[in-house]
Ligand binder design. Structure first.
Ligand code: S6P
Ligand code: ZN
Length: 196
């Protein structure tokens, strides 16, 4: 039997931390090319380099059948009309699915099927969960006024592929229109800004 610390974890949905787990911090400067509005991104960087999100991860064991999990916390805010977001990724092991559970705040997930190219925007709020199938790029955004906190559970073998997203980015963006999040074609959004 594993040690108690490997079986039980205590997390804090207010701080987005898990006792004893390492936390990665992503600041605005780490998110170059993630926001479609590059002009607003550069302008925001001139104002400072705030923390956009943190991820505390627990990776008890590697190998087939094992699970890893994390708590993500995304701050409220926007760059232009785009809500604060995660880098977004595919799993290195493409068939790996993931399960997200909302703990606090008001968020949305952007899913993009890499085979069909189809996109979906789904609520991620307390008492709801989003199933991210394999072969699906996923990004999380905070569309509310308080930090968004969620738990993600994924196969230990999933791995992160940020490269593919960095090269092509998502086809769609979640932006604020009339105070509400809407899903738009990236190209249409960028054209509307006069950037192409
Ligand atoms: C891992 C899982 C999450 C994300 C976290 C941050 O498979 O999807 O732990 O890593 O939400 O997002 P990102 O895109 O920066 O890894
Ligand atoms: Zn993932």
């Amino acid at each position: 039997m594993k040690r108690m610390e490997e079986l039980l974890s205590r997390f804090n949905p207010d701080t987005g931390t898990i006792d004893g787990a390492p936390t990665v911090t992503r600041r605005l400067s780490d998110l170059r090319n993630c926001f479609a509005d590059e002009r607003a991104y550069e302008a925001a960087l001139q104002q400072g380099n705030p923390i956009i999100y943190t991820v505390a991860s627990v990776e008890p064991a590697a190998g087939d059948g094992q699970l890893h999990y994390c708590i993500g916390m995304i701050m409220p805010g926007r760059v232009g009309d785009e809500y604060y977001l995660t880098k977004g990724h595919l799993h290195e092991w493409r068939p790996a699915a993931e399960f997200y559970i909302g703990l606090r705040g008001k968020g949305m997930m952007l899913l993009e099927d890499i085979n069909s190219g189809e996109s979906r925007m789904l609520d991620l709020v307390a008492n709801s969960a989003v199933y991210v199938p394999g072969f699906t790029a996923h990004r999380t955004v905070n569309v509310g006024a308080v930090p968004l906190v969620y738990l993600g559970v994924y196969p230990a073998a999933a791995g992160h592929d940020y490269r593919t997203i960095a090269e092509k980015n998502f086809r769609k963006v979640i932006v604020m229109r009339n105070d509400r999040p809407v899903l738009m074609e990236r190209e249409e959004f960028v054209r509307g800004l006069g950037l192409i």
